[in-house]
Each structure stands twice: as structure tokens, then as C-alpha cells.
Design a protein around this ligand. Sequence first.
Ligand code: NAD
Ligand code: TYD
Length: 333
Amino acid sequence: MKILVTGGAGFIGSNFIHYWLGKHPDDNIINLDLLTYAGNLENLKEIEHLNNYEFVRGDICDRDLVNDLVKKVDLIVHFAAESHVDRSVFSPRKFVDTNIAGTHNLLEAARNTGGVRFHHISTDEVYGHLGPNDPPFNEKTPYAPRSPYSASKAASDMLVQVYFTTYKLPITISHCSNNYGRFQFPEKLIPLIITNLMLGKKIPLYGDGKQIRDWIHVDDHNRGVETIIEKGRIGDTYCLGGNNEVTNIDIARMILDIMGHDEDKIEHVADRPGHDVRYAIDFSKINKELNWEPKIDFQKGLREKIKWMIENEQWWRRIRSGEYQDYYKQQYG
Ligand code: NAD
Ligand code: TYD
């Protein structure tokens, strides 16, 4: 199979490429990524020499480029997005361009090529947020996005659904909860806490820190994506979750404990505007229909993630200094 992965230099996309080539070593992958601040080719060092892997630097909004690439593949796995909620609050425009117009561009190219299989990576955030006693999100939960990020993802999901309804494009969509694992950009909560502690800094917790996220290991997420690609029903949507609701302050405490620091490292800072209170996912549909469930224990996964960040200090220090952005020039001229 020939696969176009978009956003494959980012956190989840780069883990997906490692995962997929590990499991399907005869498949071919083209990785289309613009290398925004979030794209880091150093995530792909171990596989960049393979003959069945190709990197293309480009924008999913570039029609000619996308049309050319889509003609070469059987499947598109679409990760590329602006993904950070805080950035969307301060500069929403890019979220509209990449997440909505970029997704539409890919859908058009897939349609023009006669119906390339298309898997769209969405998020649980399109469903809005939950109160403490609300049942978790499932595939039937009405959309109610609350940030420019989640609104742009919701709009892109609807375009993807409409390309199935209107044009019979063979699509599937997955909605996953908060991922953690190696290669996560250190602006997101878990790697931010770890790097701040390694730098002797405090941990900034928004508001009271009692907001809840459902955390899932990135490899469990990508195994879910693989399951949907291989066995999912065309036109369907699947929710993926970690069965692991934790408050932000408890995440901070767990990391402080593992890394041997005291709670005085926690600093409560101004809350995020419109901060979503709680996310939780009911993944019983994919569990019953496709036999998927998350497998990686959170405490174990978190310990491994911290160990990885300590052993790969250069990886995140090069992000902080900006040196990671030179790697493209060094490797690709
Ligand atoms: P990320 O920000 O780490 O990576 C995004 C990648 O997309 C980067 O490599 C960036 O260079 C690339 N990109 C951005 N704009 C582009 C453009 N116009 N053209 C081509 N490439 C572009 O994001 P992530 O955390 O890996 O998330 C990947 C996908 O998963 C996103 O669609 C996100 O909405 C979704 N998701 C993320 C999480 C999470 O916890 N991180 C949870 C659920 C869903
Ligand atoms: P984040 O990792 O940005 O993911 P998302 O907003 O997509 O859930 O944030 C996870 C949670 O951690 C969220 O409730 C916001 C909170 N948070 C902090 O308290 N401090 C921080 O510095 C960051 C980045 C996030």
C-alpha cells in the first residue's frame, strides 16, 4: 500500500510513521509536512534513510502539490493541523486556513483522483466539554466546540462527512482524547512539566488545576487508527480514549513524585479563556465492533515518557534553542 501521511513530522504523525513502518515494512509512505514550529524532522531520524519513505516539505493548502501527491497513493492519513488551543486563542487565522481549507484541499484531491481512501484524525474537543457527572462523549454526542482550535476541527470533520454523503468518498474519522508519548512538542502539558522541572523552573497550572483530561498513550491511539483503516466501516466515526481521567493537578503531582520534587514547584497562573472543564470518552463502539481497547498503563507510560525525556535531553533542548529547524536544510539541502 502507498500512503500519504500529512503532518508526519509532528507529534502523533511521526509516531504513526514509526508505528506503521514497524508493522507494515513493505508499505510506502510519503510524509507531507510544512514544518511549522510544530514539525520536527529529528523525530524521523531512525527511518529517514528507508527507500520506502519520502519526505515532502509543503503546505496541505497547495492545490497543485496535493493533487500530484494524492495521485500516487491508495490511502491518506490526515494528521496535519494547527493543534495547540492556547495558540488558537491568540491567532485563530492559521487554524482556519490549515485545519479547514487544508482539509478541504485534500478532500478535493482525493475526489478528483477517483476516491482515494481517506482517514481523518479529529479530536474529542469537537464535542465541547463535560460537567463532573455528565456521561462521556460518544460518536452520537452533538458537536459543541468551544475554542477556535476545536471549532476549526469540527468544521473540517463536517467537510469530511459531507464528502462521504455527497461524493461517496471512502472516509473514516477518529476522535481521540489527549495523547502523551515521545516527540510531543514541549508546549503541551506533560512535556512542559517535565522540561520545566529539568530546567529548575516552576510548573504553570491554569486556574485551580482541577480540569480533567482523558490521557491515552500515542501508540494506543495509532493502533486504533490502524484498526479503523483495516477494519472500520466506510463513512463511520470512531471515538478512541484511554479510560484514564486525571485532573491536571494530579498529573503534576504524579510527575513531581516520579522526578523527586516537592509540590512547591506548582504555580497557579491565570486561567485559559473558555477553559474546557472535563473531557472523557466512551470508546465502546470501536471496542465492540473492531475489538480495540487501550493497553498501555498510564503510570507505566508516564514513567517511560519521563525516562525518554531525560535520555533525549538534546531533542527538547534543540527545540528550545530553535536548532531543530536547521535539520531540514542539513538533510535536504
Ligand atoms: P502537532 O502540532 O504536533 O503536529 C502537526 C504537524 O502538522 C506538524 O508537523 C506541522 O508542521 C504540520 N502542519 C501544520 N500545518 C500544516 C500545513 N498547512 N501543511 C502541512 N503540514 C502542516 O500535532 P499533533 O499533536 O501531532 O496532532 C496531530 C493531529 O491529531 C491533529 O489533527 C490534532 O487535531 C489531532 N489530535 C491531537 C491530540 C493530541 O493530544 N495531541 C488529540 C486528539 C487529536
Ligand atoms: P494541553 O496539553 O494544551 O492540551 P488541551 O488543551 O488540548 O487539552 O493542556 C492540557 C490541560 O493542561 C488543559 O486543561 C490546559 C492545562 N494546562 C495548564 O494548566 N498549564 C499549561 O501550561 C498548559 C500548556 C496546559
